[in-house]
Design a protein around this ligand. Structure first.
Ligand code: PMP
Ligand code: GLN
Length: 384
């Protein structure tokens, strides 16, 4: 492994899912639903496959039906209009979108300011692009993890090329507020920064929280690359269909990099996701409500089991503090948890450069059937 990647090794998700398989523990580690997305969308994929749509290389930017559906979704939901031909790109999941955006937009030595803890592929992709990551740490405050806007401003230097954001935020469940996003937008305009914003959990926001795309703020449309994913929005993480929306110059840059990563992917599934994006609002509302009930069950259960709980406003993850259980090292805790309680979780420290900041935090996924979550909670209660 070269020097750029030497620090990365095996992703925590592979490690923890393998541990779950080996021990038979309930896997609340890697974030994937244990219920597949809508039947009619699966049928749409089968139809595409049978009709011979997408069985050969689809067009590089994505099939026109899906690009139109992505543009339609951004318009209907957020009032953001994107031209399907010049401002929408289909990718092999959000993962490829992140990689292509960073590879396309960074020069070696450019600094990328990103919210810490961060999704693991960010650090690896910044490294592959030869960039330098500059973390701004979200810190616990009154039961949630908050961004300190002054720290964010201070992190920007003359070498900063872009901000890499994620809201709703994995792993903390924080949803950036309108005021926070407005301040970030002002900073980006003032310092002439590009922004790559990972909004894969856009449909998973709970209670009074609201997802507002950064691209909708003044001055942002032309400097923002927005990323979405069918894996998260429709519970088809194995299909690897993601997308990018951005102004033409940025979109063209990302597409240039994407061509040489996968070229294209997921042919028949692109047609199915196009149909999924046109589902009525009732689908999205039901999905959100279902996940919210799961959040409530797991958050309450973890609190009863003695964990400190940061109740997420979005995503399908709960971050906990293990110190009330007399533990301090999330890595050791997660490695022993399958044996001690038959449950797998993820140590948040892997998402930090400042590992010590993340050490006492552990993430549990709640995108699982209610009886599975109940069983997991029952097991975790035996810990204390
Ligand atoms: N970004 C975030 C914040 C994620 O949590 C994930 C995956 N769970 C991804 C990107 C990758 O999405 P995809 O599976 O579409 O590649
Ligand atoms: N994004 C998912 C998570 O955070 C996992 C995706 C992956 O395994 N790369 O758990």
């Amino acid at each position: 492994l070269n020097r750029r990647l030497a620090e990365f090794g095996t992703t925590i998700f592979a490690e923890m899912s393998a541990l779950a398989v080996r021990t038979g523990a309930i896997n609340l580690g890697q974030g994937f639903p244990d219920t597949d997305g809508p039947e009619e969308v699966r049928e749409a994929a089968v139809r595409a496959l049978r009709d011979g749509r997408g069985n050969q290389y689809p067009p590089g930017p994505g099939v026109p039906e899906l690009r139109a559906a992505v543009a339609g979704h951004q318009q209907r939901r957020y009032g953001l209009s994107y031209d399907p031909d010049t401002e929408v790109l289909v990718t092999a999941g959000a993962t490829e979108a992140i990689a292509a955006a960073l590879l396309a937009l960074l020069e070696p030595g450019d600094e990328v300011v990103a919210l810490e803890p961060y999704y693991d592929s960010y650090a690896a992709c910044i490294a592959m692009a030869g960039g330098t990551r500059v973390p701004v740490t979200l810190r616990p405050h009154e039961g949630t993890f908050r961004l300190d806007l002054d720290e964010l401003r201070d992190a920007v230097t003359d070498r900063t090329r872009l901000l890499l954001l994620n809201t709703p935020h994995n792993p903390t469940g924080t949803v950036l507020t309108r005021d926070e996003l407005a301040a970030i937008a002002e900073l980006a305009v003032e310092r002439d920064l590009l922004v790559v914003t990972d909004e894969v959990y856009e449909h998973l926001v709970f209670g009074t929280a609201e997802h507002i795309p950064l691209a909708s703020f003044p001055g942002m449309r032309e400097r923002t690359v927005t990323i979405g994913s069918a894996g998260k929005t429709f519970s088809f993480t194995g299909w690897k269909v993601g997308w990018v929306t951005a102004a033409p110059a940025l979109l063209t840059a990302v597409r240039s990099a994407k061509q040489y990563l996968t070229y294209v992917a997921s042919g028949p599934f692109q047609y199915a996701v196009a149909e999924a994006l046109a589902l009525p609002e009732s689908y999205f509302a039901a999905y959100r409500q279902d996940m919210e009930a799961k959040r409530d069950l797991l958050a309450a259960g973890l609190a009863e089991a003695g964990f400190g709980v940061y109740r997420p406003a979005g995503t399908y993850f709960v971050t906990t503090d293990i110190r009330p259980l007399g533990e301090r090292d999330g890595f050791a805790f997660c490695r022993s948890l399958p044996e001690r309680a038959g449950v797998v979780a993820v140590p948040n420290a892997v998402f930090y450069d400042h590992r010590e900041e993340g050490a006492p935090f552990v993430r549990f996924a709640f995108c699982k059937r209610l009886p599975v979550l109940e069983e997991a909670v029952g097991r975790l209660k035996t810990l204390s």
